[in-house]
Ligand binder design. Structure first.
Ligand code: HEM
Length: 168
């Protein structure tokens, strides 16, 4: 293996509008919905690339207690963020271990990304989810987001919000 095998590939030019996401992020969030009890969570997110025109995405979360200690793992999602048709467009595909798959389309304006679910598919045993809206943005160098969900017979409303700090 040559030394160049370890070199960091250049970000594909079509991902320039998403470049600010690349790296590893960690932080805290709040989960709520009319059908569940509000709780706090810790999250680790990674956006990586290998020179090809997509970002690989992985998010892991843990419910935490009042002292911030992890209680148990909760929402996990993995997928890919791709450039869309227009230079500012983005397409996102996410997969959840709860039997749900989502496709989002959205737009990047400076350091703000707005995504709307175009397709939500679920397995026979998955919960009844209908649609999502996600807003991501850089706030003082942190990655903040809010996710709204239409599910369990409820209209689109807040499920998650968090603020993550770049750790790598
Ligand atoms: C940061 C990621 C997420 C976290 C921390 C999180 C956390 C939670 C928690 C703690 C619950 C309460 C039930 C339980 O303990 O499992 C819950 C319920 C639920 N979540 Fe999430 N969630 C996340 C992402 C998502 C996503 C992406 C979806 C959809 C694809 C989703 C759909 C739901 C649904 C349908 C329920 C069930 C509500 C009910 O049973 O009435 N969640 N979530």
């Amino acid at each position: 293996m040559t030394a160049s095998s370890f070199s960091c590939p250049e970000l594909h030019p079509s991902l320039e509008h998403l470049a600010f996401l690349v790296g590893e992020w960690q932080g805290l969030g709040v989960v709520g919905y009319p059908t569940i009890t509000e709780a706090r969570y810790e999250q680790e997110v990674s956006f990586s690339h290998d020179g090809r025109p997509f970002l690989a995405y992985l998010s892991k979360t843990w419910l935490i207690d009042e002292d911030g200690a992890r209680i148990r793992p909760t929402g996990t999602e993995a997928g890919f963020w791709r450039p869309g048709k227009q230079p500012r467009d983005v397409e996102v595909m996410l997969c959840h271990p709860t039997g749900i798959v989502e496709i989002y389309v959205g737009e990047v304006v400076f350091h703000k990304i707005e995504l709307t679910s175009e397709v939500v598919a679920r397995t026979e045993t998955a919960k009844d989810v209908k649609g999502f809206h996600r807003l991501y943005g850089l706030v003082e160098g942190d990655l903040a987001y809010a996710i709204d969900m239409a599910a369990m017979g409820q209209p689109l409303q807040a499920h998650l919000s968090a603020r993550l700090t770049k750790i790598r």
